[in-house]
Design a protein. Structure first.
Length: 371
């Protein structure tokens, strides 16, 4: 940073946009070559109301593709960076104009959500705002399994974001929407396995047990069937350990909070509206959404960890830990070792210990019983 005439000048970092698989393929159109103004309003002679929903989507994507292409140049001038950001803002503005013209078309809301999700590296509001858009798409087309799956993924992405914590990570909503997706595709083994894993992370072990049981007849590969059986057994062992002190109430998860905060304001990407202090990256929407262990991270209610051979303890990070919530642990597989939760720190972690070190790694399952 240098100061000229008392005004701090901040050098803009290089913008590098990763390709996104969720957005439609770029459409070559002379309309996209005009970069003046914002959205359709900046193109002379055109009346936005004359465009169809698909044309709004294609034009929005063409702006996005233009910015993405320019961002591949790692030696960008300050003016290049401003143009890139302006292109991204035009992409959002154009699809927003489409929504204003056709507010009942779910594909427009879904497209804007996809763009916002891809811009998560530029704005802290990107994922929450994308969730609000996908909620609208699902409300308009509740039977579309692609929309409910995307919405579940967005809630998981919020868990993984730097700002994600026990309050903002809505695993319950991720489970609800993935359950709706699976109901629409009952014979999709991969989807059912993903649902069972997510239910485990959300602490819905009885629901996970049912999902694993439904999955077993759908799996033909012997190795995969053995893996599913192991995971189902681990869930059953945790349930037996906890007894009947807690049961899943998945039906209550479908009762959406009607007092949610209003959707975040629109994303403002231009340099004078956002401080550029680091490299800006537009990530592909699918990046990092699985496995669920990596996605949910320390926001999970349940999971598995290993005490390495020769060690007597391991620390498990979890924001779900409280002073009063019990933590159940059980070894995976046959062993004479006794596991004990020796330390808990609310909102941070718990420590699982052994009386003596083992000659081999000792994997175990754990479950934080939510109050």
């Amino acid at each position: 940073m240098w100061v000229a005439g008392g005004i701090a000048a901040v050098a803009l970092p290089v913008l590098f946009l990763m390709r996104t698989s969720r957005l439609p393929a770029p459409i070559v159109s002379p309309l996209a070559e005009n970069t003046e103004g914002s959205g359709l309003a900046g193109i002379k002679g055109l009346t936005p109301s004359l465009y169809s929903p698909s044309q709004y989507i294609y034009l929005s994507q063409s702006y996005f593709a233009d910015g993405q292409t320019m961002s591949q140049n790692r030696e960008q001038s300050e003016e290049d960076k401003k143009i890139i950001l302006a292109k991204l803002q035009q992409s959002l503005d154009t699809i927003s104009e489409g929504i204003a013209q056709y507010p009942k078309r779910p594909e427009l809301w879904a497209h804007r959500a996809a763009i916002k999700r891809a811009l998560a590296g530029l704005s802290a509001n990107a994922i929450p705002s994308a969730i609000a858009d996908m909620e609208q798409a699902v409300a308009l087309s509740p039977a579309n399994p692609d929309y409910t799956k995307t919405l579940s993924d967005l809630y998981l992405a919020q868990c993984k974001s730097p700002s994600g914590d026990a309050n903002t990570c809505r695993l319950d909503q991720a489970v609800v929407y993935l359950t709706r997706t699976q109901t629409a595709k009952p014979n999709d083994a991969q989807l059912l396995y993903s649902l069972a894993q997510l239910q485990v992370k959300a602490g819905l072990l009885k629901s996970a047990q049912i999902s694993f049981a439904k999955l077993l007849p759908l799996v033909s590969d012997a190795g995969q069937k053995q893996q599913v059986t192991r995971e189902k057994t681990a869930v059953e062992q945790l349930l037996a350990k906890a007894g009947e002190t807690k049961f899943d109430q998945l039906d209550k998860l479908d009762q959406f909070d009607q007092n949610q905060s209003p959707p975040p304001a629109g994303l403002e990407l231009l340099p004078d509206q956002q401080v550029m202090s680091r490299e800006l990256v537009v990530a592909a929407p699918d990046d990092g959404l699985s496995p669920y262990e990596d996605t949910v991270g320390s926001s999970a209610f349940s999971g598995s960890t290993t005490i390495p051979k020769g060690q007597t303890s391991v620390t498990v990070e979890s924001t779900r830990v409280t002073d009063t919530a019990p933590v159940y642990v059980t070894p995976q597989g046959a062993t004479n070792a006794t596991l004990t939760v020796t330390t808990k720190k609310a909102g941070s972690h718990f420590v699982v210990s052994l009386d003596s070190p083992q000659t081999a790694d000792l994997p175990f399952s754990w479950w934080i019983l939510s109050p």
